[in-house]
Design a protein around this ligand. Sequence first.
Ligand code: ATP
Length: 696
Amino acid sequence: MSLLSSSRVAARSATLPPELLVACLHTSTPTYIGGQRKAGGSAPSRTRLVKDLKPAGSSGKLRVAYQREPPPHKDRRDSRKSDYDSKMSQRLSHREDARSPFRAPTSSRDLPSALKLSAGPHARDVMRNVEVRPRDMSKAKVVNPLSEDFDLSKSIAPSSRYSEFTSPPLMDGLLKSVQDILGPDAEPTPIQALTLEHILKAEPRTSEERAQYHQWLLASETGSGKSMAYLLPVLQDLKLAELSGAPRRTDDSSVPRRAMNPRALVLAPTHELTRQLAGFAKELLHNVKLRVVCASRANTPSRKKVTAAKMAEAVMDTPEGDVDISSEILVRPGAQQRPVDLLVGTPSKILELARGRGWDYEQRDAEHAREGDRMPRRRITVGEPEMGLADVEWVVVDEADVLFDPDFQEATRMILADISAARGHPVPFEPELNLTPSEPKARFQPTPVDYPFNLILTSATIPSSLAAYVSQFHPSLTRLASPHLHRLPATLKTEHFSWTGGNRDADIEHRLRRVWFEDLAAGRRPLSKVLMFCNKSARAENLGASLREKGIANVVLTRESDARKHGSNHHLDGFLRDRRADEQSADDPQPPASESTPGAPPASRSPTGAESMEQLKDMPHVMITTSLLSRGLDFAPDVKHVFIVDEPRNMVDFLHRAGRSGRAGEDGKVVVFGKSKGRGSEKARVVRRKVGALKA
Ligand SMILES: Nc1ncnc2c1ncn2[C@@H]1O[C@H](COP(=O)(O)OP(=O)(O)OP(=O)(O)O)[C@@H](O)[C@H]1O
């Protein structure tokens, strides 16, 4: 029986007993390798598409469950450590440039339409919730694709007790900063209410409390204020400890003296995000002095990077105790090294600072090989540890589903293990992580890891890989979740745009111009900015060139873009949220709303905003990127539209891409392009149903 036959089986299943049906599928499951169909189930398979077909409940519906087998880790280990940053970029810019070995075949006419969506690493998340009715395949009902991965009922939901940023529990300085940033009437979002209630301490912790460590998972939809939710309790704890004179481990002369000695670390997957997070932490600390350093100097090759010792000295050289990462680090010989409070960086950068340059010897090995060096391949000595980790009491892993995904969890866990060792409580570290319990579920015993510091994991999506990691290694972790997790923000509208069948770039241009015509008609100024997501870098470049030819200025940003190499976020200027610009515009008089549209919302000013279509030739209002920029970045409120130009590979990526707009209660719209008629249109219909299932 071929897979076509999932549909035919489905159609005939009403007459088959379920056990027979399942057995029948299990014995003859076809397998697919790299898109090639192999006969039977005997070939060694990485991707197994059909796992089970069984009746769901009493409705008589059949439910198709799909499973992706994990990749053999060994194959990827060799390259894993080399150039982590570029791989992270690759990974984020999507899993898409390289054909995933887990892709489902897209050509087989026999496949049920739901299977024809190409499958990325989260294929299982996307696929497995398609319920197929025996008699009508076209009306397959889709439930939220992520709802099964993370059981919201096991999480703590927000209560009404912390519905205000009051003081206490928030210290005055932080409260003032929050009000400066969000306005005097700001109220905590649900995830912030949860962290105020469960993580934030109003009084300095006693020495007994300081010896007990906790783990939390913060899960809430995009744009719901998770950064502030974790920064407030961490910064307050650091300040209270400082004020109460709580001892640091490095006060003990037996602990080796090293550079920086941060008390808290925030890990994030991209340099752009680390810079934005560090900037945000500094804003929160406007009235409470603590030292925040961003460790990012972009994706420059390892040998050009600054060392922990140089950074520590540079921290001394600036009045705010802050490093200007865009300038060269000046070393002042003999400068006293004062400790840092909060360090924000990518895992690779933090490892480089902590272990010393050259920790990732495999990268150097690869460089030697590239340069034609005939030296025998050898393991290059790992540098001396430079940055002290003994004082780290807090670690936040932002975008935890990326940093604990199978490709990157090793570097992340390596940092956690290094900190534990530096704090005198080493934990076992296995480079390979097996998240699949070998024992039957009933006998499966989790293997908890007790890190000697407080750990916060946070993400807008908790896919099965992260859920499995958490259950296995942190079974007692406290789950704080917003009730809207795995949903699109309520203020984000969705639209499905159908390709006309002609030139697709022309279709995109047409839709783009409509955005601005609508703005003009409604008297909205400046004109909206648009963020476009493509699946491949080359596609992004081509689309950018095509729009430029039509007189639409745009910025293309992919992992190869030179603009990313300068160690600052200037390449994102005009698109990222910039509060200083917002404040300036608030001081400016507002232009009157168009007379032709009485009642139109007041227009806002932006230093980079175009007021007319003519200005769009010179002023980029379009940013074209891959999923590289889909994670965590807080785009400006005038980024009112997100265009998903290529079919989303999975719903996790879709949520993050779409969530760059409609943030913090702002209006936004996500436009999903797809085919509505003819061959291939079934894919778009499936996407449409899945997107519908994500609506708030
Ligand atoms: N209580 C609040 N009220 C209004 N706006 C808020 C509040 N808290 C945070 N914000 C704003 O919401 C925006 C989004 O916040 P943030 O980037 O932390 O979201 P996030 O949940 O981390 O999103 P993502 O999942 O995309 O990373 C920021 O501009 C922030 O200033």
